[in-house]
Unconditional design. Structure first.
Length: 151
């Protein structure tokens, strides 16, 4: 996906088993962020950065939605443990991640594997991608500030 593309209509199922659609956010700006795994250091820092700055994000008109390959139950525990005020999509089959181009080859300790490439899409009120933060650009502890600086 690139700036100017429309995001898919069906985004997935959230932590409560509810279907999440792009149309649910029509007329609002969306922070659609993809992260590798619930309750890991970097992913927790990123989620907490967004949580701690949710009022400022909302003042700029943003709604936040997170996505990872974790299950609905894992997402529910992650939300409860860290008091996250936004939904998390359980993309267990990687359908949305593949459609958005964020499911790819990763490497750790010389081992190659497929996984989620940490990426954030800022989506306009019409469902069109306006800005993309790629894996190398995202500073997990300061991610909300990065988004807020875009305006």
């Amino acid at each position: 996906m690139n700036v100017g593309d429309k995001i898919p209509e069906i985004l997935g199922i959230d932590q409560d088993g509810k279907e999440v659609r792009a149309g649910d956010f029509a007329g609002r700006k969306l922070v659609l962020y993809f992260y590798p795994k619930d309750n890991t250091a970097g992913c927790t820092a990123e989620a907490c950065s967004l949580r701690d700055n949710i009022d400022a994000l909302r003042e700029q008109g943003y709604t936040v939605v997170g996505v990872s390959s974790d299950s609905e139950a894992s997402h529910r525990r992650f939300i409860d443990k860290h008091a996250l005020p936004f939904p998390l999509i359980a993309d267990t089959d990687h359908r949305l991640q593949e459609a958005m181009g964020v499911w790819g080859e990763k490497s750790m300790c010389g081992r190659k594997y497929m996984g989620t490439l940490r990426t954030t899409f800022l989506v306009g009120p019409d469902g069109t991608i306006e800005k993309i933060f790629g894996p190398k650009a995202i500073k997990t502890k300061e991610h909300a500030s990065q988004i807020l600086s875009v305006g």
